[in-house]
Structure formats: C-alpha cells, structure tokens
Design a protein around this ligand. Structure first.
Ligand SMILES: NC(=O)c1ccc[n+]([C@@H]2O[C@H](COP(=O)([O-])OP(=O)(O)OC[C@H]3O[C@@H](n4cnc5c(N)ncnc54)[C@H](O)[C@@H]3O)[C@@H](O)[C@H]2O)c1
Length: 362
C-alpha cells in the first residue's frame, strides 16, 4: 500500500519549472536580513529537497514562509556567527548562536572536510543551532571532494521511547553519502532517513489523499495502534526497526546535543525563539584509507553484488539508497516540479507580499 515512491491519486499537483522555482525561492529569501550567500544556500537546500523528496515529506519549499517569518521575528538570527568554540586538527565544537541551521550545517560539513583532507577524518559537533532540513544536503558537500560524509541532527520530541507513549526523542535523521566516482554524473549512494518510520507531514498528506496509514508509523495519544492518520497526528511517532530505531534515535541525541553541550530529549523546539537543535558531521577522506580509484572500483563491484540479488515477487529491481531520489530529481528537472497546490498558492502569495515577481525565470 505505501512505499517510498508513493504517488498521490487525489491531490491536483501544480507543475513549475525547477529553475524558476529556484529563482523565486532565492529572491524571496534575499528580501530578508539573511546574508545573500546564506539566503542562496537555504534556497538551494529547499529546492534540492523539493526535487528529491515527496511533497508530504515536508523539507522542501513549503518551509520558505516559516524560514522568512523566523528570520523576521529574530527566532533565527541571520547575523549569528559560526563560532568555533574548541578545535583540534581533526575535531571542532561549534556554537551556532541560533543562526540558520542549513547554513551552519553546510559550514560545519566543509570544516569537517578540511580537517579530513589533513587528518583522514574530521568530526564537527554543532550546538545551539536550528532546523537544518534534509540531512543529505549538508552531507552531500563531500561530493567532488573525495570524502564520504555523515550528517545527523536531533529534532523535536515526536518519538515515544520503545514501549512508551510520550514523545521524548526526535525523528533524528541521518544521512550517509558515499561517492561512486568523481564526476557529477556518478550517482552517489545517499542514505538519508529519519529514525521514525515516517513523519507527520506524510500522515497529513495521506489524510488529504483519503488514505489509511501503515500501523507501524504512529500510535494514538493514548498509546493504541492505528491506521488512521488523523488519530495518529494527535499521538506519537514510532521508530523505524522498532526498539532498534528508538535506540539509534536516543544515541543520536547523545552524539549531538548531550556530547556537544546543546539541547536533547524534550528540549529541541520547546522554545520557538531558541530551537536548541544540535548536529554532528563526519568526513572521511577516501585517499587516506585507500587510493580513490581503487575505492570506486571496489564499490562498483560491491554494487554489482547487491544488484544481482534475485527479487521478491512484485519487485521490479533492487535499488541503492538514494537511487529513487536521484531518478525523481532527474525527472523533476526535466518535466517540472509537482508542487502541493497549497504550497504553490502560499509561495505565490508570499512572493507578492515581498514584491518578488512570480516564477520570473519560467
Ligand atoms: N531536519 C529534520 O528535523 C528532519 C527530520 C526528519 C526527516 N528529515 C528529512 O526528511 C527526508 C525524508 O526522510 P524519510 O526517512 O522520510 O525518507 P524515506 O523513508 O523516503 O527514505 C529513506 C531512505 O531509504 C531509501 N530507500 C527508499 N526506498 C528504497 C528501496 N526500495 N531500496 C533502497 N533504498 C530505499 C531512500 O533512498 C532514503 O535514503 C530526509 O531528507 C530527512 O533528512 C529531516
């Protein structure tokens, strides 16, 4: 019933050209007090998520208004410094001072890579940050730089501990990005996943689409199993992989907020003016471990082994992590980006409010 390539049957999508969407997103964000280069990073991150993810997953351009309003209301500080509090050759601890999480994440990943170029590995923890969007956006900074990248973040307490009812840990997504070659045409392996089975955005989407929900997504507010997205949205999310996903989520809080001296557990997003999100970034320099071309050759051999598996009934082919999103991205770049009609209307309204021409590059 549900798979990661879910397609809506009821919701009339609005197609817009990708470059025009990028142009209008960038122009809207540039009307705020964000540094123009930071506005462009956030616009690229939101449009990239819109291209890769499903409309209901919620990391794409539906966030433009919230990001603009948070900057306007100084719930996110557009001038916040990226302060390196403590540093060694391979490690850094950064204070984001409530600045834009997406920008802090990109800077932190670049710092981790610079350290990996010298030391083989670089690890950067970021505290006092804000929402950073898709974990794969920051982790993908490694592409073209000869590194493997890992990004993780904590998030609001939407997941109950295994056996519990109350939300105490987050969706806490991880992305691991491994290049399969040096050029832009080499599809990287990108595992980018929340540690909950799904999120509330996708439930809302199923509700609008008139669908039931798999029962391993969430429990009701009084802890019962449900396939009703409306009841589930009042409850708490279930971890992927049952108690294993709960354990991973808990340890993600340890590796980000607890170790980094930031927020954890029920603290992130409790105060809208102080999101207290914490992240961790790791870069591995491939050449330190083995010659890069040999790594790519081994990886291709490995991919061949994986793809050679016999498929189960009804399954057309074996996919790599990130392959679905890679294909989706190419399709949207070619044929237009299918937007949620509510997001289309809101973005158009926002553009007119801030005096930006609608889809000018179309
Ligand atoms: N910043 C935050 O607070 C936050 C919180 C939650 C999620 N997110 C983001 O939301 C996005 C969606 O996350 P999600 O967990 O819903 O993603 P998802 O469940 O759609 O996909 C998870 C991973 O599974 C892979 N996958 C899916 N089907 C596959 C198949 N058949 N074979 C092999 N691999 C397959 C995908 O390529 C992807 O890497 C991510 O970008 C994530 O970073 C962000």
């Amino acid at each position: 019933m549900y798979s990661a390539d879910y397609k809506t049957e009821q919701i009339p999508l609005c197609y817009v050209p990708a470059e025009a969407l990028r142009g209008v997103t960038q122009a809207i964000l540039r009307t705020t007090d964000l540094v123009p280069e930071d506005a462009d990073i956030i616009a690229d991150a939101l449009v990239t998520s819109e291209l890769r993810n499903l409309q209901g997953q919620g990391q794409g351009v539906r966030r433009v208004r919230a990001y603009v309003e948070r900057v306007r209301g100084r719930e996110v500080d557009p001038q916040a410094p990226f302060e390196i509090v403590k540093e060694s050759a391979a490690l850094a601890l950064v204070d984001a001072h409530n600045g834009p999480g997406t920008v802090m994440a990109v800077k932190a990943m670049r710092l981790a890579m610079a350290k990996a170029q010298q030391q083989g590995v670089g690890i950067v923890l970021v505290r006092h940050s804000t929402h950073f969007g898709s974990a794969s956006y920051s982790a993908s900074q490694v592409l073209g730089n000869g590194c493997i990248g890992v990004s993780m973040t904590n998030a609001g307490p939407e997941m109950a501990p295994w056996g519990g009812i109350d939300g105490v840990v987050g969706t806490n997504p991880w992305a691991i990005v491994a290049p399969t070659g040096d050029g832009p045409d080499a599809m990287p392996i990108i595992l980018d996943m929340a540690l909950t089975t799904s999120g509330k955005g996708m439930m809302r989407w199923l509700l609008r689409d008139g669908k039931k929900m798999p029962t391993n997504w969430a429990i009701t507010a009084d802890g019962r199993e449900t396939d009703d997205p409306a009841a589930a949205m009042e409850g708490t999310l279930l971890p992927m992989g049952e108690y294993k996903g709960y354990g991973l989520s808990l340890l993600t809080d340890v590796l980000t907020g607890v170790l980094g001296g930031g927020g954890y557990g029920v603290i992130p997003y409790r105060d809208p003016a102080r999101q207290e999100v914490a992240h961790q970034f790791i870069a591995y320099q491939i050449d330190w471990f083995m010659e890069r071309q040999a790594f790519y050759a081994n990886l291709q051999e490995f991919i061949g082994m994986v793809k050679a598996s016999r498929t189960r009934p009804g399954v057309a082919e074996i996919l790599l992590p990130g392959e679905l999103e890679w294909r989706r991205q190419q399709e949207k770049l070619r044929g237009g980006v299918p937007l949620d009609p509510d997001v289309y209307a809101d973005l158009r309204q926002l553009a007119s409010e801030v005096g930006v021409p609608w889809l000018a590059a179309a």
